[in-house]
Write a protein that binds this ligand. Structure first.
Ligand SMILES: Cc1cc2nc3c(=O)[nH]c(=O)nc-3n(C[C@H](O)[C@H](O)[C@H](O)COP(=O)(O)OP(=O)(O)OC[C@H]3O[C@@H](n4cnc5c(N)ncnc54)[C@H](O)[C@@H]3O)c2cc1C
Length: 266
């Protein structure tokens, strides 16, 4: 298998352009599991692109380089202060060893239905900067996800995430079989700010998405447990697996939303 090492971001975009069937490698914590599969035609190693490992505070946004590790996110004072939802999601992510190598960009790009950090970025309404050989474009993060393992990337590298700093209340909870090294049975991320409620969660759809019907209900009407349940049933299509039944996932998710809304009243 061909291994190519990108020396800097420009070089990375050139290598991607010239080798569109190759796979990017950062921490390898997802990629290692499929490195021997036939789908991996070659590797472009981006793990030492230090210019994509940063957290920067602007006047009304926080900008996070895509290759920032989960450990760095977890210990960053600005993330803790302004985006506690993201800190909480990082604190229940994998183990210390995995957090040290795993990156935010890798978690988003791997696009797993159980990924922990997609839902927080969706409800925080992050924007993603995508870099290719000839241009840079910025899109709202929800436009990145187009189906199961289908990303809106065209010979591009995820460069960074920009998150608006709005005063908000938040809720995050991940339910799984263990306290550590835990893959979620179901998780929920909610933000409530001046623009309304934003909801998303993992392990309840083929890919992680916003719960638009539930948002619409909460943002426009008086609601009951029944009407919320009905809206939520249009937002999710959980499957049963060895980890959990679909009925369990649906019921726990509804209960968590109600718990979150109660907590926001305090
Ligand atoms: C034991 C174990 C426990 C885990 N626990 C959790 C957990 O609790 N929660 C969770 O969500 N995940 C978990 N994971 C999954 C994994 O750690 C994360 O998804 C991680 O964030 C991936 O980042 P990485 O840098 O290792 O990516 P890599 O494995 O290097 O890459 C992952 C994918 O993303 C692509 N990619 C990487 N960076 C970019 C970029 N900048 N632009 C475009 N594409 C890119 C790669 O080509 C590859 O397809 C676990 C994994 C292991 C092995």
């Amino acid at each position: 298998m061909t291994y190519l090492r990108a020396e800097n971001t420009t070089h990375a975009t050139e290598l991607i352009d010239a080798n569109p069937s190759f796979t990017l490698l950062h921490g390898g914590s997802d990629l290692a599991l499929k490195i021997k599969s036939d789908s991996i035609k070659g590797i472009i190693d981006i793990s030492h692109l230090h210019e994509l490992k940063y957290i920067k505070q602007n006047s009304d946004t926080l900008e996070i380089g895509a290759l920032t590790s989960i450990t760095t996110l977890l210990h960053d004072a600005n993330i803790r202060e302004y985006l506690p939802l993201l800190s909480e999601a990082c604190s229940s992510f994998a183990s210390h060893q995995i957090r040290n190598v795993a990156s935010l960009g890798g978690n988003i790009a791997n696009d797993s239905p159980v990924a922990d950090l997609i839902a927080p970025l969706l409800v925080l309404r992050a924007e993603v900067v995508l870099m290719s050989r000839h241009k840079k474009r910025t899109i709202p993060i929800h436009e990145l996800f187009q189906g199961f393992k289908k990303l809106n990337l065209n010979r591009e590298l995820i460069g960074s995430f920009t998150i608006p700093l709005l005063e908000h209340k938040h809720y995050y909870r991940k339910v799984g079989a263990r306290a550590n090294l835990n893959i979620s049975k179901v998780s929920l991320a909610i933000v409530h700010n001046r623009d309304g409620y934003f909801l998303s969660g993992a392990s309840v759809n083929p890919y992680v998405m916003r719960f638009r019907h539930s948002e619409e209900l909460l943002n426009t009407q008086e609601f009951s447990k029944e009407s919320l349940q009905e809206a939520l049933s249009k937002d999710i299509a959980p499957s049963g697996s060895f980890r959990s039944t679909k009925e369990y996932r649906s019921r726990v998710l509804l209960n968590m939303i109600i718990e979150a809304l109660e907590s926001f009243k305090q």
